[in-house]
Write a protein that binds this ligand. Structure first.
Ligand code: ARG
Length: 265
């Protein structure tokens, strides 16, 4: 996670961002601290990346890149406004002993905002921020299969707003945000999906951080809460309203380091 010292809405690169909306820095700091504390009390260890002036979206560490075991594949951001983040992300992972494997130039991929592990592979959303053509290079570097899913709704411009892996069988899914082929890809990978309606997805409840059986989300619609409890999960709400102003929520504010998808047999 990266503390929100320099977080703000200074440009508009997704439909949720409006530069005229003011971020309250004190509230942002409190909300970020409450999220970190909730993750710690659920059993997570939290490492931090130093905030940098002029990079307001660096807080959304999900977009730093994709981790698999000791490998880190840094993002190639679509928008110039975020491209300055990458040297800071790479420096952190180099300093922590990761094998850093950049993607070739000319392609975009926005890291764990788009590529999420499920079972023996990654599912990776593309179109708004990541290019479908990046998936083969990503797979080679991660040493694991990457299955592409096309995103169709600009409000859900990153895959992690539409898909939340819960365990090795279950996930929260937003099929209305994918094309027909993408729906088939997810259906083939996930034995027990729980499908969210578009209005449920608009709460960003799929942008949840799962720590053991605890599912940390910005708001939990009643139907989602009942299903999670039936499955033995414990949904916890953390208000990240300041970050919703930038089009991001709980999961976007984190990057999981404990990912380990083995290579294809
Ligand atoms: N303002 C950021 C952007 O548009 C939000 C990123 C949200 N991150 C995510 N993983 N969905 O790039």
């Amino acid at each position: 996670m990266c503390p929100p010292e320099h977080f703000s809405v200074l440009y508009e690169i997704n439909p949720w961002m409006h530069v005229e909306v003011v971020v309250d820095p004190e509230r942002a700091r409190e909300q970020w601290a409450a999220l970190a504390a909730t993750l710690r009390s659920a059993g997570a260890e939290v490492e931090t990346l130093a905030p940098q002036p002029g990079l307001p979206d660096l807080v959304f560490t999900a977009n730093a890149g994709v981790v698999n075991g000791g490998v880190f594949v840094p993002s190639r951001f679509r928008h110039p406004q975020r491209q300055g983040e990458t040297p800071h992300d790479v420096a952190w992972f180099e300093a922590h002993g990761y094998d850093v494997r950049p993607l070739p130039g000319g392609l975009s991929h926005e890291g764990a905002g788009d590529a999420l592990p499920f079972g023996p592979a990654f599912l990776s959303g593309y179109r708004f921020r990541s290019d479908a053509a990046a998936h083969l290079d990503l797979s080679e570097r991660l040493g694991a299969p990457v299955h592409p899913v096309e995103l169709t709704d600009p409000r859900f411009y990153h895959f992690d707003l539409t898909f939340c892996p819960l365990d090795d069988r279950r996930a929260l899914t937003v099929p209305s945000a994918w094309d027909g082929y993408g729906r088939k890809v997810v259906a083939a990978a996930v034995p027990e999906p729980f499908e969210l309606a578009p209005d449920e997805a608009a709460t960003f409840c799929a942008n949840a951080v799962v720590v053991g059986r605890t599912v940390v989300m910005p708001l939990c619609p009643p139907r989602v809460g009942r299903q999670l409890e039936t499955w033995g999960f414990d949904p916890v709400e953390v208000d990240v309203g300041e970050f919703l102003k930038a089009g991001g929520a709980c999961r976007c504010l984190t990057l999981a380091l404990d990912v380990d998808v083995p290579g294809a047999p």
